[in-house]
Design a protein around this ligand. Sequence first.
Ligand code: AMP
Length: 171
Amino acid sequence: MDHLKQLIREIPDWPKPGILFYDITTLMKDAKGLAEVINGLKAGVIPEDIDVVLGIEARGYFFAPTVAHALGKGFVPVRKPKKLPWQIESVEYALEYGTDTLEIHRDAVQPGERVLIVDDVLATGGTAAAVAKLVEKLGGKVAGFAFVIELDFLNGREKLNGYPIRSLVHY
Ligand code: AMP
């Protein structure tokens, strides 16, 4: 799906010097591009093999609920701290400097449920690995990951324990 690269805007040195940021807003605005992304993210997923689709705040929310709907499944949000109103499970993970935390409602994934995790970009894999941990803390099973973009040179998939990973565009 390399032709989608024409629709992804590349912004050098954002949000800080040395980062080449892949802006997917231009891809999402394109009707054909958006349709291809949603179809691509759900392609190869057998609906009977998953119970729910999980999206990671914030850019994962652009895609995950639509993928869930296309598969005939429900959607579960993973959120930044202190946003969820009910009982939560949380996970802390390392960033380049310091740590970050993500949270999920305790009852959002039931023991044994199979979860497809959707996000925009697989970079270092820190975020995705933390979310997998969160799912497993609740007794859920990670059925796989689907990303719009994977930055191959950062080897993020090495952190994902051999779970099935589908990425539509590779850099
Ligand atoms: P990571 O934990 O390093 O895999 O980074 C995950 C999150 O950071 C992704 O969900 C993206 O939203 C964001 N991200 C990291 N690098 C980039 C990049 N070069 N362009 C756009 N988004 C990025």
